[in-house]
Design a protein around this ligand. Structure first.
Ligand code: G6P
Length: 435
């Protein structure tokens, strides 16, 4: 058996215990020798705390995997078999700005969807491309599992501009499978969902339990008020007539598109009531988490981590890594090149879809034509994503403006220009490509 080297970029993240937990659970099928947790200088205090917890977790599990904490990214990447990226350029402070700026113009303020996601993408893509250049040089055979948000857009940038073997991953699909299983009161291993769409804009076209189509039943349960959301998204109930005629399962993030006004009201209320934007709430949760992580007696993933939106992150990431390493030919829902899976979209754009995963990568399952009920929104959002990637790389003002205009949540040129001005000003230090 090979001894694997894993590099986690953004290793000081409060989510790292999730990932370590995933490696512990799959130690029988993944012989991991070393896990390098790497972060930047500002994140060193977090890396030290979370890194020590990771070491205690590994020790408690009785494994001999070595955890190495470093600020030297190249050392971490060199000869890695798998690189996991979970970075947040500008930290939670920048996220708070992404969430607050759009609200000024009565537009959704969210970290990955709408103009907030655009701002995050143009800050993040240059950094991710730098990381990829190091992977090309130091670990050309490594697989990159990208969790960095906005995951679909960032993965598209990687696949368009580098030679790195990358797969984008999100916890929304696995989270939906688990939530549907809970609604139907069955084991999640019995549930299969045919996913298609883009990251944070993915629909379950059909739901099966033991191969039997139960889509209708899930829709009825949702119409009756069953909950299907994540910790970071308000659990607004779906309109019955809408959901029945859609005849598919929307993801939690679809609320931003289909219930835009209600969500804007909720977001504004959160700010005015002092509860704060999600970033501000997460700052408080993170503070509590790091206090917990410091406890030398803590040697497991603490349940308090479930207050974050990224539940099941480890399941998704480590089972994907295992499927590649063990050549499992298993189905995973991932962000990969379309390559003809959905007609009417270019081959080289990234979609979120079920794919067969083996040691040569993730191969999207062909679906052909999609229903016009969802196809138009996918095309519009994809055009926004393509333009965003181009704007992030070129720093071209006009392309950035066109990207924002194409975003389904931006209402007019006037608002797009105001948003772009604020985004470029507020995040200037991270946007040298626009200078
Ligand atoms: C969901 C999304 C992730 C996102 C997370 C945010 O799980 O799928 O992409 O990072 O929520 O959670 P947070 O606790 O940071 O608001």
């Amino acid at each position: 058996m090979k001894n694997l080297k894993i590099a986690v970029i953004g290793g000081g993240s409060s989510y790292t215990p999730e990932l370590i937990d995933g490696f512990i659970k799959r130690a029988h099928e993944l012989p991991v020798k070393e896990i390098y947790l790497v972060d930047i200088e500002e994140g060193k205090w977090k890396l030290d705390i979370v890194g020590e917890l990771a070491k205690r977790m590994i020790k408690k599990a009785g494994l001999d995997t070595e955890i190495i904490l470093t600020l030297n990214r190249k050392e971490a990447i060199k000869n890695a078999d798998f690189v996991v990226t979970q970075i947040r350029v500008g930290g939670l402070k920048a996220r708070a700005k992404d969430e607050i700026i759009p609200l000024k113009y009565n537009v959704i303020g969210q970290e990955t969807t709408g103009p907030g996601g655009f701002a995050k993408a143009i800050r993040t893509i240059p950094v991710i491309l730098d990381i990829c250049r190091e992977i090309e040089e130091l670990a050309p055979n490594a697989w990159l599992i990208n969790f960095t948000n906005p995951a679909g857009i960032v993965t598209e940038a990687i696949l368009r501009y580098t030679n790195v073997k990358a797969i984008g991953l999100c916890n929304v699909p696995i989270g939906m499978v688990k939530m549907v299983a809970k609604i139907l009161n069955v084991e999640s291993s019995r549930v299969k969902i045919d996913f298609v769409g883009l990251n944070h804009l993915v629909w379950g076209q059909k739901v099966y339990v033991d191969g039997k189509d139960v889509t209708r039943r899930v829709i009825e349960e949702l119409c009756d008020g069953a909950s299907l959301t994540m910790k970071n998204i308000p659990d607004l109930k779906w309109d019955k007539a809408f959901l029945e005629s859609l005849a598919m399962i929307p993801c939690p993030y679809h609320r931003y598109y289909y219930m835009m006004e209600d969500l804007i009201i909720q977001e504004k209320e959160a700010v005015s009531s002092g509860k704060g934007t999600r970033a501000e709430q997460v700052m408080k949760i993170e503070k509590e988490l790091f206090e917990l992580y410091k406890d030398p007696k803590l040697d497991i993933k603490p349940p308090q981590l479930e207050k974050r939106g990224g539940a099941y992150y480890s399941d998704a990431a480590v089972s994907l890594i295992s499927a590649i390493y063990n050549d499992k030919k298993e189905i995973h829902t991932v962000n990969v090149k379309n390559n003809g899976a959905v007609s009417g979209l270019p081959n080289d754009v990234v979609i979120e879809v079920n794919a067969v995963v083996d040691k040569t990568g993730a191969h999207a399952i062909t679906l052909g034509e999609l229903s016009p009920k969802i196809h138009g929104l996918i095309q519009e959002a994809k055009a926004y994503e393509q333009l965003t990637v181009e704007a992030a790389v070129t720093g071209d003002y006009g392309i950035a403006l066109q990207a924002l205009i194409m975003n389904p949540l931006v209402p007019s040129v006037k608002v797009a220009k105001q948003l772009l001005k604020d985004i470029l000003n507020e995040h200037e230090e991270y946007l040298s490509q626009f200078r």
